[in-house]
Design a protein around this ligand. Sequence first.
Ligand code: ZN
Ligand code: ZN
Ligand code: FE
Length: 740
Amino acid sequence: MTERLSLKIHGIVQGVGFRPFVHKLVHGYGFGGYIKNTSSGVEMELEGEREQLEKLLRELPERAPKLALIESLEARFSRELKGFTSFEIESSRREERNNTLVSPDICICDDCLRELRDEGDRRYRYPFINCTNCGPRFTIIKDLPYDRAKTSMAVFPMCPDCAEEYGDINDRRYHAQPDCCEKCGPQVFSLDGDGKKLPGDGIELARQALKNGEIVAVKGLGGMHLACRWDDEALVRELRRRKQRDEKPFALMCRDVNCARKLCHVSPEEEKMLTGYQRPIVLLKKKEPGLEYLSENAYLGIMLPYTPLHYLLMGEDIDMLVMTSANLSDTPIMYKNREALSDLRGIADSFLLHNREIQTRCDDSLCWELEGREYFIRRSRGYVPYPLTVRRELKSILACGAEQKASFCLSRGGYVFQSQHIGDLKNFETLESYRQQTEHFKKLFDIVPEAAACDMHPDYMSTAYAEDLAIPLVKVQHHHAHMCSCMADNYLEGEVIGLVWDGTGYGLDGRAWGGECLIGGYGGFRRFGHILPIAMPGGDRAVKETERLAFSLMEASGLDSSKIAGADIYKKMLSTGLNCPLSSGMGRLFDAAAAMLGIKTMCSYEGQGAVLLEAAAAEDEEAVYPYALESRPLVFDWREMIRAIARDMDEGAGNSVIAAKFMNTLIDMAAETVKAAGRETGLDRVCLSGGSFQNMYIMKRLPRRLSAEGFRVYHHCRVSCNDEGIALGQLMVADARLRG
Ligand code: ZN
Ligand code: ZN
Ligand code: FE
């Protein structure tokens, strides 16, 4: 019997190829009806046999495009027919502009990969092959509505063959804006170190150069990479020297998962993440210690090829390559041919470039796998600008983020658009990029923020930027923002216990905080506990020269610190308090412990001491050091622990045991602190946030411990736990405050 099906779908179903998908699906059934966009999703009506309609209803969520997120589906059947004769996509231009989402850049799909390798296909070995299900998006879009004219593809008019595919609803390339081929699309080319074009097949030339041990700059989706052999230690060290990236780990690109397995353990969950369409760099545990010239810690960052160009570059015979973003020190990733050719002169021996412009730079994403999901260090390519849903209506707010790992958020309705990784705003180029990106996002998503949110830190460039906007401004305490970011990440409302551990953040009292236990929600918070502050002789210098912190801990604990070079000077600073600020940052405690153990006394990047301490730790050590937890306010007094560490060192206990016991102690302290907070408030939900939770030793143990104590534990899964994720929390707090 013929019936009419009315369907309302909520979620992220616009701008993700949903309507063409529905059109195709419905076409197969031959139903009449229509589909149109609404403010919260799509609405459709169909007429056909009841049984067939029900079948479609089952197929719809199963076969929906990769980027669609169906949050709810309301279906209603009726026998009153409207007599549709055909199926129509109803468009309403203005509405579309308001609601369109922009897809992230998606790795090449299996169909395109097959064609790329098929000698009989007209796109055989064509490095820009793509379709509706894959290819560049965010990085080539200039403006909306999303069509070819407003992308980097505008300068490549389609040939008749491509145009035909583009217009055919039954074709995989129906409305694929970047659709192109050898005849009509962009081209790759190789250049020598001086920027002179080399004759011949660009990709073959680059492959030979790589095999011969050259450093090759390769233009990717969101920026340039520097690539070279992974197995030539001298070469990789030379790349470090040229790039002035002395100690930070380099990522590898592996041809496939089996290649990754040669160096790292890959669990089924990690494999899924590696091969997912976002293609992040996944941090995988090394099979055995070593390869320090690639990564000095226990992990290797590995990604699989994600563009057709990468696949052609690796071919059948290159298993892995070092692939690190091309930037100098802390400047943003390079993305223009001209700047690459000038700024990478002397760094790259040759270049593999192409003539499709990158509109928006976007770094590779970086994460661990935790409980089957991404645990981000950097949420960028493949994810951005896919919005985060929050399940509440938000005011339009621009949250400006922090400083070193800058990122911002813009909200519209139930969506939060988080920017890609931007970098350290202390850098002029990065700040410029930050300004550009906020403007780009505002335009792209048609958002005019009515208010802004920022950190309380008076010296953050993002704070200065927010103050200049001349719209109502809400300043949010750093760790409060971290906690609320984790709440929003997990769709939490009400009040929680927040464990917020990071390097540093501006406290309500103007001091550096960072080993915090907070209680509260979006509306406000109080400081329930923190770690005993650590004196930092020389202020910020102690962040790099961490031996100063080791000195400070030992002094405070009544230990002999005279073996530390410079102890006399530090002692003077400590006794006069001159240039010796206090910090309760957990990162400082980690750095100090790493320095005390001689693991790292001079840090070249943020969190290095902690990373190496984690790498040193034994997996099977259960012991805990003694410590004191004073009450009201709850303060973790680490002095007894430091004395016990010194004793262990004297007795030759070894760094692996001491490092593990140190972290076990923090886990124990965290559990006791949370229990005390729970007793006092009756709360049983705990949010973990802050950069110190980029420690997998702790992340594999602390949640388990807290769960065993009867708490519900939440960690980040959609945004980073470090300062990159802070804008989301700022936004939620600002929204709550603006509503009174
Ligand atoms: Zn494809
Ligand atoms: Zn073509
Ligand atoms: Fe922080």
